[in-house]
Write a protein that binds this ligand. Structure first.
Ligand SMILES: O=C(O)CCC(=O)N[C@@H](CCC(=O)O)C(=O)O
Ligand SMILES: [Zn+2]
Length: 328
């Protein structure tokens, strides 16, 4: 039923059952594409976990990975030990195989959102679902992993974005992520109104956007490099303490500037296939814009992450980042 729920959601079919049991607990569909699972007895190490996929409709590997975890739960190979909120972010975009339909859902997670339209409405549904879920499990530590894949190759194929927020990241996260095959961490320098930022900023959750390789169509993903991440997700589902590794394997970066597209006549001055975390020396011209003029690297080399000249006007066209010391 659970893996079937994911397939039905992807195909736009209504689910065959809105609630039922799995080993160790019960599940309920609380909104389209929103599945809540509640254990009979939460394990001592359980966190209240939000696991989201498909916030961008063309990022399929996380949906396949989470589908495998749900299939194991359904088959009785895992026993539910923690409350989970499993979210299919943008079902219509998933059905179309597109990043978004009208506007980027992952910029809309703010409580003062006033925009009208399908994606703003979806953001409101998801914010309400997260608020209600964390309120129902108020005694537990909060976690949100928002699973994505990136448009381009990357010097670090698997990395996380740590949203900017007051709440510090619990240090165990670095050990879990290192054991799960994450290679780099990018600390955001300002509010970004992404889904993971929402959970961290408004709920104090340990929250990340996880980039798990490149965005490819269904059936073209190699899930083998994501096996350690699959094991981390399984541990969270069972409420077990996940495997840990020394965080010394993680490369840490912090965002220094956000390059915005201000006009139609915006272009990036480097090839489209430049991998994430490519470094440019001082003086390099990075972008030209009819309104903002040109952007050049200053005295310190800058690396570029998520370069995309095709974003909506006013949106982020790249993050410019520098290495940073590991957190204490
Ligand atoms: O590869 C790209 O250019 C985009 C991949 C992607 O969707 N990244 C997320 C990052 C969210 C964050 O900054 O936390 C996004 O752009 O929404
Ligand atoms: Zn994405």
């Amino acid at each position: 039923m659970l893996a079937e729920w994911l397939d039905q959601g992807l195909e736009g079919r209504p689910p065959s059952r809105a609630e039922g049991r799995v080993s160790g607990g019960r599940f309920r569909l609380s909104a389209p594409g929103v599945l809540e699972l509640v254990p009979d007895d939460p394990a001592p190490e359980a966190r209240a976990c939000v696991l989201s996929v498909g916030v961008h409709g063309n990022e399929t590997a996380p949906m396949e990975l989470l589908g495998e975890v749900l299939a194991r739960l359904e088959a009785g190979q895992l026993c539910l030990g923690a409350p989970l909120l499993v979210i299919l972010g943008n079902p219509e975009a998933i059905r179309r195989g597109e990043r978004y339909v009208a506007t980027n859902l992952n910029r809309l997670f703010r409580r003062d959102l006033e925009e009208a339209g399908d994606e703003p409405d979806r953001a409101r549904v998801l914010m309400a679902a997260v608020d209600a879920f964390y309120a129902r499990h108020a005694g537990l530590s909060r976690l949100h992993y928002d699973l994505h894949t990136a448009i381009r190759e990357s010097r670090y194929p698997r990395f996380v974005v740590e949203p900017f927020a007051e709440a510090p990241t619990p240090p165990e996260q670095w050990r879990w992520l290192a054991a799960a095959g994450i290679q780099a961490v990018l600390h955001q320098h300002r509010h970004s109104w992404t889904f993971s930022h929402y959970a961290k900023h408004y709920h104090g959750a340990a929250a990340f956007t996880l980039e798990l390789g490149r965005a490819l169509p269904f059936g073209h993903n190699d899930l083998a490099p994501l096996a350690p991440m699959g094991r981390l997700l399984q541990a969270l589902v069972e409420g077990r303490e996940p495997a840990t590794a020394a965080p010394g394997t993680l490369a840490f970066f912090r965002a220094e500037h956000e390059l915005l597209r201000h006009s139609e006549a915006f272009r990036l001055c480097f090839p489209d296939d430049t991998p994430n975390f490519s470094e440019f020396p001082p003086g390099t011209r990075l972008a030209e814009d009819a309104v903002a003029g040109e952007t050049r690297v200053g005295e310190t080399p800058l690396s570029v992450v998520f370069p995309n000249a095709e974003v909506e006007i006013g949106a982020r066209a790249a993050l410019l980042v520098v290495p940073s010391p590991p957190p204490d």
